[in-house]
Design a protein around this ligand. Structure first.
Ligand code: 3PG
Length: 210
């Protein structure tokens, strides 16, 4: 049985959590190995394609150096299915008490998505203080995170959404940002073409951001 992680451990492992969309199960293992080769182990596989759970299962079974997580978790059922497939953390695009409670009951670390003060307060009420800020760049970016640092000084964030190699450094420099999330490490064309060397290179560059 794999060691249970905390959300802080998930966030502190590397400067970037890749947000991954896979359309074929066969892509999962080589992609995970490519990211691990570049120094990125925490992998958020989004539950957006019919093969997502099978991809999580393949990574969990065949790439022990990686930690497969599930993204786009929107319900208690998503969280249960993700854990059953082998996901060791969950990321949600928003927050509901139902998702918060399900992950708590499952012992599945959750990075809940928030975009407003009220959502931060709701997540905090349920014990969550390590949050995903989504969609980060569209909803205020670094300026928003600085503003939240006042009233929510005890909360840390993983901004995701519109984050790129170009703006990640500015976000990572903020004291309330532990890591960022983004899809730029796994471009759709590189995944489709099986250009794993490019993904390893992107992962290496991401590790060097901090
Ligand atoms: C998502 O959920 O799609 C992520 O936030 C990724 O956003 P990005 O493609 O802008 O990195």
């Amino acid at each position: 049985m794999a060691v249970r992680l905390t959300s802080l451990e998930v966030m502190r492992d590397a400067p970037v959590i890749p947000v991954i969309v896979l359309t074929e199960v066969a892509q999962a293992v080589p992609m995970a190995r490519a990211l691990v080769a570049g120094g990125i182990r925490m992998l958020e596989v989004t539950l957006r394609t019919p093969v997502a759970l099978a991809c999580i299962e393949a990574i969990a079974k065949e790439v022990p150096e990686a930690v497969a997580g599930a993204g786009t978790v929107r319900s208690a059922a998503d969280a249960q299915a993700a854990q059953l497939a082998g996901a060791r953390f969950a990321v949600s695009p928003g927050y509901t008490h139902a998702v918060g409670k399900a992950c708590h009951d499952l012992g599945l670390p959750l990075l809940p998505g928030v975009a407003t003060g009220s959502e931060i307060m709701m997540a905090q009420e349920d014990g969550y203080t390590a949050l995903k800020f989504f969609p980060a760049m569209q909803a205020g970016g670094a300026a928003m995170l600085k503003a939240w640092g006042g009233p929510f000084g005890d909360v840390v964030f993983c901004p995701t959404g519109g984050v790129t190699a170009g703006n990640a450094r500015e976000l990572l420099a903020l004291s309330n940002v532990l890591c960022v999330g983004g899809s730029w490490l796994t471009p759709a064309d590189a995944v489709a073409q099986g250009d794993w060397a490019r993904i390893t290179a992107l992962a290496r560059e991401a590790v060097a951001l901090r």
